[in-house]
Design a protein around this ligand. Structure first.
Ligand SMILES: Cc1cc2nc3c(=O)[nH]c(=O)nc-3n(C[C@H](O)[C@H](O)[C@H](O)COP(=O)(O)OP(=O)(O)OC[C@H]3O[C@@H](n4cnc5c(N)ncnc54)[C@H](O)[C@@H]3O)c2cc1C
Ligand code: SF4
Length: 455
């Protein structure tokens, strides 16, 4: 007789509860609120908020444009640096970027709400222009660039290349464009199908076509792209996931957090999505927190995040951790998974060993505890799938498992650039991917305008 009857069910909540649990987490500012908030900015010279923004948006300028009641001009300032400024306004961890650097944060612990102001301006422009963007294409150059991946890095690169008059073909493995904006970001950060609206907004510049369901390494090779295009940009993100390395990992009851979030983001009716009553999440980054909070909001009774190191080392920001705890998620630190508990061919719990750090090294203390679980989510990081890079006569150099690039995002292969999560450039954030795409596009444009440089 099994001692644990798994409880994984859909429809745990009423239709109204699903709606209210997944509402916009940061409701937008109205015109009056935006005017009042913009008046708090000191318009600093050499503003620290700009230094902290990976896309170097001229923040004091766009805030001044809001203050003078010119939100569309403000949005143009934002979008000229970051064409995904609308999404970044929703998903950026501003508390560790521009708002952490804001002088008002240092002075009074209350930064100017830069993210919400950015959202106000970009929303006004997108609504006023009915989704049409303010940028125009340059005269066609006759050059063709292949972009791999329609995520933030690929879209940003494609847009900037199209602006310069190059023809761009994006190859994406999935059915929909947007990358993790469409399949990964927590549902309450980007409701109302904003990811697809933004993709349409970006593509409205013209000169960009997307080949959906085409993966390099499977349907097309890197050497074909190099032979058929004047330049290639790789922005395929990290399609692999790290394994726990425990026996029973393939059994029912263990799931990959990123896949589950993708199902959640694509679900037409959240009430049809099964969720465990007792959920254990292994990991400490944004993905771990997102799957934990969303499981709770789908009606899971107990959700525990277990992270192998201390609180200060968690990849998720303090704000994200607070959000999880406010939602009733329990976060346990200093414990690593040591065994999956199975019964009748299914995982029913997970055992952890407590840890401590000795000179930066993580060691087990020998003290173990077990958490019963209907679902165990793996959220311990994603990896580059190297097979995608096969099929080139020369080998592309990697660095720490990602594609090595220089400061212009050139790889070690001539004519090939890379950016976003798949490249070894820094933090895995939407805004960092957008910055990489733009920087690479400018470098590609320069190379294509001076042919000897492209060789
Ligand atoms: C669950 C989760 C939540 C997150 N939340 C946040 C957040 O709140 N804020 C934030 O700033 N960042 C967040 N991030 C990180 C952020 O989403 C990424 O840093 C960002 O999306 C990286 O953009 P990218 O274009 O490099 O890759 P991706 O967004 O992963 O896009 C890569 C694209 O390439 C395609 N592709 C993959 N393999 C191939 C192939 N072989 N051939 C062709 N196409 C391919 C994919 O289908 C995809 O469309 C989150 C990440 C995850 C996993
Ligand atoms: S640091 Fe703060 S106050 Fe200064 S320009 Fe930036 S947003 Fe304004």
């Amino acid at each position: 007789m099994p001692t644990h009857v798994p409880d994984v069910a859909s429809g745990r909540l009423s239709p109204d509860e699903y709606i209210s649990n997944f509402l916009d987490i940061h409701p937008p500012l109205d015109r009056h609120q935006a005017l009042v908030e913009s008046d708090r900015c000191y318009f600093c010279y050499d503003a620290p908020c700009v230094q902290a923004c990976p896309t170097s948006i001229d923040i004091p300028l766009f805030i001044r444009q809001i203050l003078t009641d010119n939100p569309e001009g403000s949005a143009e300032t934002i979008l000229s640096q970051n064409i995904l400024g609308g999404m970044c306004a929703r998903v950026c961890p501003t508390e560790t970027l521009c708002e952490e650097a804001c002088v008002r944060e240092a002075a009074e612990g209350k930064p100017v709400k830069i993210g919400l102001l950015q959202r106000y301006a970009t929303d006004v422009l997108m609504e006023a222009r009915d989704g049409e963007q303010p940028f125009a294409r340059a005269e066609p150059t006759g050059k063709r660039v292949a972009v791999v991946g329609a995520g933030p890095a690929g879209l940003s690169a494609a847009h900037r290349l199209a602006m310069h008059g190059h023809d761009v073909v994006i190859y994406d493995a999935r059915e929909k464009a947007g990358g993790l904006n469409e399949y990964g970001i927590a549902a309450y950060k980007t409701p109302d199908d904003f990811a697809q609206k933004e993709v349409d907004f970006i593509l409205s510049i013209g000169g960009i076509t997307i080949e959906h369901g085409k993966a390099i390494g499977r349907d097309i090779s890197l050497s074909e792209l190099r032979a058929n295009y004047d330049a290639v940009f790789l922005g395929m993100g990290l399609a692999g996931v790290n394994a726990l390395g425990l026996a029973g990992e393939e059994l029912e009851g263990v799931a990959d957090a990123v896949d589950y979030i993708a199902d959640l983001r694509q679900a037409e009716d959240l009430g049809t999505l099964p969720v465990g009553a007792r959920v254990v999440v292994v990991g400490g980054g944004m993905t771990a927190i997102d799957v934990a909070v969303q499981s709770k909001r789908l009606g899971a009774r107990e959700v525990t995040v277990v992270y192998r190191r201390g609180q200060a080392k968690m990849g998720a920001s303090e704000y994200e951790q607070d959000l999880a705890q406010t939602d009733g998620v329990l976060i346990r630190h200093n414990a690593k998974p040591s065994r999956l508990v199975t019964e009748a061919g299914r995982v029913t719990g997970i055992e952890f060993e407590e840890t401590r750090e000795e000179g930066g090294r993580l060691v087990g203390t020998g003290v173990v505890f077990t958490l019963p679980a209907d679902t165990v989510f793996k959220a311990i990081g994603q990896t580059l799938v190297p097979a995608a890079l096969n099929g080139s006569a020369e080998t592309i150099a990697l660095e720490n498992g990602k594609i090595r690039v220089d400061e212009e995002r050139r790889t070690t292969l001539p004519g090939v650039w890379a950016g976003g999560d798949c490249a070894a450039t820094g933090e895995d954030l939407t805004v960092a991917a957008v910055a990489d795409g733009r920087i690479a596009a400018e470098s590609i444009h320069l190379a294509l305008s001076t042919p000897s440089a492209a060789a």
